[in-house]
Design a protein around this ligand. Structure first.
Ligand code: PMV
Length: 312
């Protein structure tokens, strides 16, 4: 172990292509890292502090804010207290793009780099979850696993013995996703609690919905590998329908998905916890991407296109 004067770390943002919410209850989810995320720089300091730009956050570990509590929990788990972190995030918060996980992963990697420690994926996942639990209560771990690994992958919260939690998927070709921001603030924790209440109230019906989502995830993985984007699009639409039945969609998200489909998207759905946040639309050309972006912007909401499934 060789200590250095400063350490840096990166964590990626992600979109869940299919399977959010069901993944909390043990079903697989298909997710893709995106080209935005968080970076962090760690230095030794007498007082442990964390600053995040451009969010204008600067906390000490004893502060009461969730970010300070997450920082404190992480430092305790990493057995370090004399560190100062400057993080930069290029994702909107509370939008279903995994900003908290990306920051947590960037911070823990920066600390590891500062201390000259190396760590395998599963140990890093455990640590990042300690951070993430402060924000999300009962996270499945998909955000933190994707923030660490990048690429496209199927995530399973409790894999059978001998199987990894994260399995890399290699799409036949990179694919374009338009990401639209509803601008509606949403708490993933509240949405996850709401779905858990539905499961408690109507176990059979809710479990059937999860099973149906699981079937969509498995088919979407095969379709991505085969390069059948039309099929992936249809599966996204079906997943959106099931998410609406779990009552995690909103009228605005429905409107944005409908506008994207009308403008030529192959399929569209919310991504992440729902109740607001972002939606994604799959498109098969740059022209379609521009048309879908414009359709979402015509609703007064920001949209941009990313390329997923490449080296991200
Ligand atoms: O809103 P996000 O990006 O944190 O995604 C949440 C995804 C859920 O499946 C709803 C929750 C989870 O922990 O997997």
């Amino acid at each position: 172990m060789t200590s250095v004067a400063q350490g840096t770390g990166v964590g990626r943002g992600k979109v869940i292509l299919l399977g959010e919410h069901a993944v909390v209850h043990g079903c697989p989810a298909l997710a893709a890292a995106i080209d935005r995320g968080a970076t962090a720089m760690a230095r030794r300091s007498a007082e442990a502090r964390l600053s995040i730009s451009p969010w204008d956050v600067d906390v000490a570990r004893a502060d009461a804010l969730p970010l300070a509590r997450a920082f404190d929990a992480l430092l305790t788990a990493m057995e370090i207290d004399d560190v100062q972190i400057e993080a930069t995030v290029s994702l909107p918060g509370g939008a279903g793009l995994g900003s908290s996980a990306a920051i947590g992963v960037a911070v823990l990697r920066a600390i590891d780099a500062l201390c000259g420690r190396s760590r395998d994926q599963s140990s890093a996942e455990e640590l990042a979850l300690i951070w993430e639990r402060v924000f999300h209560g009962n996270p499945s771990g998909v955000d933190t696993a994707m923030a660490l690994a990048g690429g496209v992958a199927v995530y399973l919260r409790n894999p059978p013995p001998g199987q990894e939690r994260l399995r890399v998927v290699r799409p036949k070709a990179p694919f374009r996703l338009v990401i639209g921001e509803s601008g509606e603030g949403a708490s993933t924790k509240e949405m996850v609690d709401e779905v858990a209440r539905q499961l408690a109230r109507a176990p059979e019906r809710t479990q059937k919905t999860f099973d149906a989502i699981e079937a969509l995830v498995k088919n979407a993985e095969l379709a991505l590998i085969a390069g059948d984007l039309r099929a992936v699009g249809q599966l996204l639409d079906m997943n959106q329908y099931l998410l609406s039945s779990l009552m995690v969609s909103t009228s605005l998200l429905e409107e944005m998905c409908a506008a994207a489909r009308d403008a030529g998207a192959l399929g569209a759905k919310l991504t992440g916890g729902g109740g607001g946040g972002c939606m994604i639309a799959l498109v098969d050309s740059d022209e379609r991407a521009s048309a879908v972006e414009e359709a979402i912007q015509a609703l007064g909401r920001p949209a941009r296109t990313i390329l997923a499934g490449g080296n991200t």
